[in-house]
Structures are given as structure tokens and as C-alpha cells.
Write a protein that binds this ligand. Structure first.
Ligand code: WTA
Length: 642
């Protein structure tokens, strides 16, 4: 493609030494523009930027590299071919069933397939700036779909394949998407996931206006095809030339829906240049990838971890990596370690919930598989308890591999707080130190800045290139959600402790967001789903500690006065939530109660509900402001009986 200068990916020292980290971190704070413009050279630009960050948190306007232009698909794919690395393996597909054939693509083959996908999108009528919804299983075509959008300048909105038709429809409508890419069906732990059927159901819901659906044949499941709307991918793809669209650094790259404490999920918007630089840089330093190594991030492309550390970060760095369709416990609890042995994985990145679930099954599932290839282990998504950390370190990594516990969020684009392998001493349970350019601050409930070793609400005071720019179509909501609690600061929603060595220990969300098996969920979403049931009058949902999932979903439900309570009702309510949101939101407990604890002004006292769900009755705090304090007694009784 014309205009792009192919440059080799710069190589960095094997490990970033402590002194090097200190010097680079100091410089990234003193001269952020100089620092990030230098890091930006990790990418190939059509027009290299001269501008660094141009941002303000009041009013909220965030731009990085705004006079630069580039294309991230070019950076993830084409430039490696142009630089003579076309024969390097890019993707290795490991299917759900280990007996099924896998496949792998070199960067040259990846280029050819991305071009085919991009051409298929063009022939559907997708143009620059269009929103394209991607609802795919964890197969190579999911990655192709994202890269193809980036190639032609379309904005992808990936919806996790486990979400229900209702949840899918809501996301399609919110971003005005007229195109959907899906597959006939997916497979997870040998169970079929009827993706195309779900799309069909979603497209029947009021307000959804989709003109083209692209269907990848994956399992061969029998699906209905609507003549004008639905197209098989294999019939539409073509090898015609398809140049990369030149994108301004601030042109949108993708929308990804994520849960907050109120309302429906928000379409977090990331743009091209800053997100590209952030994911390329964090992958390079934090995962410390070396040519020839095999990287594996076990996330799904439906979550931000899959966006940043399956698609953009690794591919922009020319890495070889695994795309895994399956689950950790199929065909048995040794699947992760089997895949690691089979493909000689060097760097493995997963979630604490998976580690806890596998730890429970005992060491033998791990020990039968050769893990000598492993060099670095990572975790993400929720706090990791020291016991699980130690098991990961000692048993999985045989005590040889550093662990990076990476704290970040959909809104941050990539890792923000983590130890760097070999540069930092590790402390089990602590994410560690801020990455370059990240300025964390702990703030008290009244907004006072807390210094030294202390605990507080985690804010970030200065913008970084990978920061989300807005909530799609609702900038005011972006401002209100992130910049108004502590005026002029980005508030993460997390509580955190900083120790005397300047290490950060994330303690979990301080808002009404819960983290169930590493999946982020708003309690308000589950409540809205419950009250849609005709027999439900009111619902209050809280998280409670769960051994495997980190947090479980506890629902207090009051029924309409005339509702007849049958034995099946609780099962029906759980099923109802699964249908409205998806299986990941299945309630763990449904506690039917005649009343909820409310203040005299009618506000539900969630603090009390959380304590009761936690079985912690000693510290319920002041209940005197309740309209009817006797409600608490009956709730405790109900809790103890389950
Ligand atoms: C939590 C996932 C502790 C945190 C990348 C954050 C973590 C939320 C960690 C974001 C970690 C993520 N230690 N907590 N290493 N990583 N979290 O948007 O509560 O799905 O706010 O992004 O996960 O979840 P999200």
C-alpha cells in the first residue's frame, strides 16, 4: 500500500531492568509528549504525528497524536509481510474438541484472509465509519472480522457470543449498526452455541434495523438464511485488491459495551492512534514478547482483553499466538496445560477465576502435561487471592516464571498497573506499579487526596494514549460516569491500597458493579431483567464472595401481591435472567422476600443487603433510619435458611 513506510518492529532489551523502568517512568511523567511520540514509532504511520496529548478533564476532551494518520490493520498484518516476516506464524487455531483439526496462518496467509473478509464487507455495503456488530465464536474468522473492519475504516462492536438475543439487539440498536458478522454456530465444551439463531431472534426485536448479515460456516449447523439479508461468507469473499484506509489517529476504531453502576451497558469508544500505541507498547514491555515465542491469551474477543491482547497488541508486535475456541475444563481439567504442551506456549495470560477453578481439581491435571516452555504467566480481570497466585506460580509455572498481575479496564484500553517481568519484585495479590505515563491517585470519599501508604478510591489524574474517548452517542454520560465523582480526575470505580513500596493492591469495585468470573456486570442490569418478569414487583441485586467466581450474584426479589409462589418460580426467574442477558448473569441465589429494607424516603439500603448476602450480621451498621427495621430480621432468617 502506498504511503506506508515499512519499518522493523524495534527490539527492546529482553527485560526492562529496574533502573530502566525508573528512568523511563520518570521521563514519561516529565515529558509525556516526547515520551509517547517516541513510543509511537513502534507503529507505522502514513503521516507521523507531531502532536502528543491534547486533553482536559474539565471539560472532558481527549486527543492523542491528532495530526497523525495510520491504519491498525496495516500495522497488525501488512507491515510484517512488507518487512519480510510473512512466513512467521501469526495465528494458531486450537479447536474446542482437541481431536478436531486445527489450523494456523502465517502473516502472509493472514493478510490474504483479512483482504477476503474486507472485500466481503465491502460487497455487503459496509463503508468507512459504519458500525459493524461482530457476534462470533472464538475462531480465526472473529479476528479477521475485527481486522477487516479496521482495514476499511468501519467501527467494530464485538458482542460476546454468550450474550442473549435481547442483549445483542440492545447493542445493535444503541450504535445504529446495520451489519452483523456471525457464524452458523459455535462450540464451547462440546455444547453448541446457536449464534445464527440468536441473531435471527435479535433481528426480530423492535427497533433493530439490520440490512446485511455475513455468516461464517463453522460447525455446519443447519441455519435459516433470509434471502435478501443473509450471506454466506464463503460465497462473498474475494481476493480483489483491498488497500488499507488512511485513518486519522482520532478516528474511532471500535465500540465495546461494558457495564456500569447504573442503566444499560455503555458503548465505550476507542480511537485509532492512541489505542494502537497503548496496546503495542504495553504488549511489548509487559509481556516482553521475544521473536519466535508463542503467546496465549485465553480471553474471548468479546471482552476488551481479547481486543487488546489477542488482536491488536500481539499482532502489531508480530507475535505468534493461539486462538482457543474451548474452555478450561473440556475434555478434562487439564485442557489449558495440554494446549500449552502441544503448542509450546511461552507466555500465558488468563483470569484468576479459571486458576481457582482448576486449582480445586488438584495438581495431577497440571503435572501430566509438559510446561517447560512457559516463561511468563499473567492474570487479569479481578483481584487474585494469594493462594491462587501461589498455585499458579509454584504448580503451573514450577516456580520458574514471573507473574504479571495486570490491572486495567475496558475504558483504559490496555494494562495500567502491573509489575514488569524481572524489573519488579512480585508480591502475591498486588498488581504492582504503574505503567509508563500512568499517574494513579488514591482519593478519600470527600475527594481528599491521600498520600503515602493508605487505602482509597483509585483515580488517574492524567490522560494516557489508550484512554477511552467517550461513550458512543452520549458524551455527557461519559463525563458523569468517570469525571464527576472526583472532579477533574478519571475515577476507575475501584478501591485500592498503596503500600510503603508504592505497590497497588486493588480491593475490588466500590460501586454497584460486580465481577463474576472475571465478567463485569452492573447489578442494575440484573435488576432490570428481573423486574421485566410479570410476577416481580421489585428486585435488589448485590455481589457476595464466591470461592470460584470471585463474586456471585445474590438477588432479593419481592413479588406482586397477587403472585402465586410455586416451587418452580425460583428456577423460572433464574431462567428469565439468562434469557434477558445471557448465561453469565445467571443468579446464584434468589431470595424471595415480602419487603426490602428502605429508608423513610424509599431508598433501598444496599449496604445492609450486601452484608446479609455475605452472611455478616455483626456489622449491619445503623438500621434506625429504616422505615421498617423488622425487615432486616426476616431477611437474616431467610438467609440463614438457605
Ligand atoms: C477488575 C478487564 C484486580 C477491576 C481488563 C476493574 C482487576 C474491572 C484486575 C475492569 C486485576 C481487572 N486486579 N482487579 N489485575 N484487572 N480488574 O472492564 O475491578 O472487564 O475495574 O476489564 O476488573 O473490568 P473490564
Amino acid at each position: 500500500m502506498t504511503g506506508f513506510v515499512a519499518r522493523p518492529v524495534p527490539s527492546y532489551p529482553t527485560h526492562c531492568a529496574t533502573e530502566q523502568y525508573d528512568a523511563m517512568y520518570a521521563r514519561s511523567l516529565q515529558d509525556p509528549d516526547g515520551f509517547w511520540l517516541e513510543q509511537a514509532q513502534l507503529l507505522d504511520w502514513v503521516q507521523a504525528p507531531d502532536k502528543g496529548g491534547e486533553w482536559s478533564y474539565d471539560p472532558v476532551v481527549i486527543k492523542w497524536f491528532a495530526d497523525g494518520s495510520l491504519n491498525l490493520c496495516y500495522n497488525a498484518v501488512d507491515r510484517h509481510v512488507d518487512a519480510g516476516r510473512g512466513d512467521t506464524t501469526a495465528l494458531i487455531f486450537e479447536p474446542d474438541d482437541p481431536a478436531s483439526p486445527g489450523r494456523s496462518l502465517t502473516y502472509r496467509e493472514l493478510h490474504a484472509e483479512v483482504v477476503q473478509m474486507a472485500n466481503a464487507l465491502k460487497s455487503l455495503g459496509v463503508t468507512k465509519g459504519e458500525r459493524v456488530t461482530i457476534y462470533m465464536p472464538m475462531v480465526i474468522e472473529g479476528v479477521l472480522a475485527m481486522l477487516a473492519c479496521a482495514r476499511i475504516g468501519a467501527i467494530h462492536s464485538v458482542v460476546f457470543g454468550g450474550f442473549s438475543p435481547e442483549a445483542l439487539a440492545g447493542r445493535i440498536v444503541d450504535c445504529g449498526s446495520r451489519f452483523v458478522i456471525t457464524a452458523d454456530s459455535g462450540l464451547r465444551g462440546s455444547k453448541p452455541i446457536p449464534l445464527k439463531d440468536n441473531v435471527d431472534a435479535a433481528l426480530k426485536i423492535d427497533g433493530v434495523d439490520v440490512s446485511g448479515v455475513l455468516v461464517v460456516k463453522h460447525t455446519g449447523a443447519d441455519v435459516a438464511m433470509s434471502e435478501c439479508r443473509d450471506n454466506w461468507y464463503h460465497e462473498l469473499k474475494s481476493d480483489a485488491d483491498c488497500p488499507c484506509e488512511e485513518m486519522n489517529a482520532e478516528d474511532p476504531l471500535f465500540i465495546l459495551y461494558t457495564s456500569g453502576s447504573t442503566g444499560k451497558p455503555k458503548g465505550v469508544l476507542h480511537t485509532t492512534g492512541g489505542y494502537g500505541v497503548w496496546t503495542a507498547t504495553t504488549f511489548n514491555y509487559i509481556f516482553d514478547y521475544q521473536p519466535g515465542e508463542v503467546f496465549w491469551c485465553s480471553a474471548d474477543i468479546g471482552w476488551v482483553t481479547g481486543h487488546s491482547y489477542i488482536v491488536y497488541g500481539p499482532l502489531m508486535n508480530g507475535a505468534t499466538q493461539i486462538v482457543f475456541e474451548g474452555v478450561p475444563n473440556y475434555p478434562d481439567h487439564g485442557r489449558f496445560w495440554d494446549v500449552i504442551a502441544k503448542h509450546k506456549v511461552n507466555i500465558f495470560y488468563t483470569a484468576p477465576t479459571a486458576i481457582r477453578a482448576l486449582m480445586r481439581e488438584g495438581d495431577s491435571f497440571v503435572e501430566v502435561h509438559d510446561r517447560s516452555s512457559l516463561r511468563l504467566l499473567g492474570t487479569v480481570g479481578e483481584p487474585i487471592n494469594p493462594e491462587a497466585w501461589r498455585w499458579y506460580h509454584e504448580v503451573v509455572g514450577e516456580g520458574r516464571c514471573p507473574i504479571i498481575d495486570t490491572w486495567w479496564q475496558t475504558e483504559t484500553g490496555g494494562c495500567m498497573i502491573t509489575t514488569l517481568p524481572a524489573a519488579h519484585h512480585m508480591k502475591p495479590g498486588s498488581a504492582g506499579r504503574p505503567f509508563f505515563g500512568v499517574r494513579p491517585q488514591l482519593v478519600g470519599n470527600e475527594g481528599e487526596v491521600l498520600d503515602g501508604a493508605t487505602s482509597g478510591n483509585l483515580c488517574i489524574t492524567h490522560s494516557w494514549p489508550g484512554q477511552a474517548r467517550t461513550v458512543y452517542g452520549d458524551h455527557e454520560r461519559f463525563v458523569q460516569t468517570y469525571f464527576s465523582t472526583y472532579h477533574g480526575k478519571y475515577f476507575t470505580g475501584d478501591g485500592c491500597r498503596r503500600d510503603e513500596d508504592g505497590y497497588y493492591w486493588i480491593t475490588g469495585r466500590v460501586d454497584d458493579v460486580i465481577n463474576v468470573s472475571g465478567h463485569r456486570m452492573g447489578t442494575a442490569e440484573v435488576e432490570s431483567a428481573l423486574v421485566l418478569h410479570p410476577l416481580v414487583c421489585e428486585a435488589a441485586v448485590v455481589g457476595y464472595p464466591h470461592d470460584i467466581k470471585g463474586q456471585g450474584i445474590y438477588c432479593y426479589v419481592t413479588l406482586n401481591a397477587d403472585a402465586e409462589v410455586t416451587d418452580d418460580l425460583v428456577a423460572e426467574l433464574r431462567q428469565h435472567v439468562r434469557k434477558e442477558i445471557g448465561p453469565i448473569a445467571t443468579p446464584d441465589h434468589i431470595h424471595l422476600t415480602p419487603a426490602l429494607p428502605k429508608t423513610r424516603s424509599g431508598k433501598i439500603m444496599r449496604r445492609i443487603l450486601r452484608k446479609i448476602a455475605e452472611n455478616d450480621y455483626g456489622s449491619l451498621g445503623d438500621t434506625s433510619t429504616l422505615a421498617d427495621p423488622s425487615v432486616v430480621e426476616s431477611l437474616i432468617e431467610g438467609r440463614q435458611n438457605r
